[in-house]
Design a protein around this ligand. Sequence first.
Ligand code: S3P
Length: 172
Amino acid sequence: MDIRENLVLLGFMGTGKSAVGRRVAALAGAPFFEMDAELERRAGKSIARIFAEDGEPAFRDLESRLAEEWGQKEGAVISCGGGAVLREENLRALGANGRLVCLTARPEVILARTSRSKKRPLLAGEDPETKIRDLLAARAPHYAKIPLQVDTSDATLEDLAARLLGLWKQPA
Ligand code: S3P
């Protein structure tokens, strides 16, 4: 399959960006790139440590630099961190040669998926459910800017990958 545009997956933590992205990339025979993993590789430390030691604004700057860089890829699947939507410049950079798709999920599904891991500093500590609901509400206007939205709450990985492949191939 020859698609020059990138497929860019955005959306809240726990909506399945990495799992679905990896699967759709495999189906398409396309390379898969994950922003969080690359930021950790470049910083030489975990996202949690970047937040704790350098602060969230420093993390957002690194994220924006990577968005600018990866926006110039071709034919790749790019999975973004949940906060990549917060800066308009990121959406512009990633959308320059990319089909932006926002994955969504119900808060209780996000809670179940994210509670299995301790790597998300914004949900760490007491009462992650309230944190999820508050952050979702605060970010809703940002996620709503992306016209293509796919709810991953009830679908299987295979169905989602097929659906995203269809959205990616569909002419603009
Ligand atoms: C964040 C989401 C995380 C990671 C960081 C901040 C956010 O990525 O970038 O913890 O602000 O929503 P995932 O969405 O891949 O968990």
